[in-house]
Design a binder for this molecule. Structure first.
Ligand code: SF4
Ligand code: SF4
Length: 371
């Protein structure tokens, strides 16, 4: 914990991606009430992005935060997407659109959204970093950085080549700390090596670590019957050194009241509490998941265009967290290349460094989640 980029680190940020909904749109009245609780309890960091809800999130930030509080009373982070962008002029259009939708005047932090190796190369080609530097020089953003989903090696390359990045947003939670598909620990260590403050996203892994399976929930409830299951995950993330704040995507007042109750007077996890989390991690490790690391070496060779790692990820999360509703929702979203179209040609297996019997494992996926 500490003071990073001039931000008096309060260890909970309001992620505004999955806001409460009513009648098919963002429930602004509930969002405003949540913002008020958040501010009253001493928090002031909000996170949105150009792509969240096709602008709905940014507009909700305006209505619930910007129009109701003095600009200096809060920090606002926004993000520039470029996965569908081929022209540098579009950067400025999207940035101006974000400013217009939020009415914020400037962003305290502006991030290149969701960098991985491929998107990093694209930002290099299109001049994404120069664009951010220009915005900062003009005072339109205060600080710059990126959010990230790839390996520690790629993170190291980006931070080495772009020391001007002031902050990095990483997916960190206790279930992904040693998960080979996410490598939270490796990425965290690289960011620390480069001395960058860390914004943590996905501390409860979507909602998976707020639900868990009954046996794991019991471990937490036995250790502290008054603490919510989610609180263990948020406090785990906030207890790491070098963390500027932890983003929690809050979707209703109940989550807001719970999160702010234990984060107002934040206490890092004690040794006993770390051990309790260790027990749950051991239980997670005993579940026979498909050992896919999401390297994607198999994907291009599939004549059926099956997104093999995505299918395994959904299946693994169902095994680990028993959140069937979430798994089915994600599984339904697969449009092209449904796992059930596998013709068992075996060409994917020639590329898999984990030697996974992919067609056999895909049968388990379809057997559990359907055609
Ligand atoms: S075995 Fe199935 S998943 Fe693998 S390449 Fe062939 S069709 Fe695709
Ligand atoms: S090659 Fe193997 S480990 Fe890599 S994504 Fe495909 S199934 Fe997963």
């Amino acid at each position: 914990m500490g003071n990073y980029l001039g931000y008096n680190s309060k260890m909970l940020a309001f992620g505004m991606m999955r806001l409460p909904r009513a009648k098919g749109k963002v429930d602004l009245e509930q969002t405003k009430a949540m913002v008020d609780v958040f501010m009253e309890r001493g928090f002031n960091y909000f996170d949105t992005a150009y792509v969240y809800g096709d602008g709905e999130s940014e507009r909700a930030v305006k209505a619930a935060v910007v129009d109701r509080y003095p600009r200096e009373a809060f920090w606002l982070t926004d993000k520039l997407p470029f996965w569908d962008t081929e022209k540098p002029e579009q950067f400025n259009e999207m940035f101006e659109e974000s400013l217009r939708r939020t009415g914020a005047g400037y962003f305290d932090i502006y991030l290149l959204h969701s960098l991985n190796e491929e998107l990093y190369e694209k930002t290099e080609r299109l001049g994404g970093w120069d664009f951010l530097k220009e915005l900062k020089a003009k005072g339109r953003i205060r600080h710059m950085g990126f959010s990230f989903h790839d390996t520690p090696e790629v993170l190291d390359k980006i931070l080495t080549e772009h020391p001007e990045a002031e902050v990095v947003q990483l997916q960190i939670n206790y279930a992904d700390w040693e998960n080979p598909a996410v490598q939270s620990r490796g990425c965290y260590e690289v960011a620390r090596k480069h001395g960058k403050p860390i914004l943590i996203m996905e501390p409860v892994k979507g909602s998976a670590l707020a639900t868990l399976n009954p046996a794991m929930r019991k471990v937490f409830e036995d250790a502290n019957p008054n603490a919510s299951v989610a609180s263990w995950a948020v406090r785990y993330a906030a207890s790491l050194d070098g963390v500027m704040t932890v983003l929690s995507g809050m979707s209703n007042m109940e989550q807001m009241l719970d999160n702010t109750s234990y984060m107002t007077e934040f206490a890092p996890l004690s040794e006993d509490e770390q051990e309790t989390i260790g027990k749950v991690v051991e239980m997670l490790n005993e579940i026979p998941v498909v050992p896919c690391t999401k390297c994607r070496y198999c994907v291009d060779s599939c004549p059926q265009k099956i997104d093999i790692p995505n299918a395994f990820e959904i299946y693994n999360e169902l095994l680990l967290f028993e959140d069937r509703h979430r798994a089915e929702r994600k599984y339904k979203r697969i449009e092209e290349g449904r796992p059930s179209t596998c013709i068992e040609c075996g060409s994917c297996m020639e590329h898999c460094p984990q030697h996974i019997e992919i067609p056999e494992e895909l049968k388990k996926v379809t057997g559990t989640l359907g055609e």
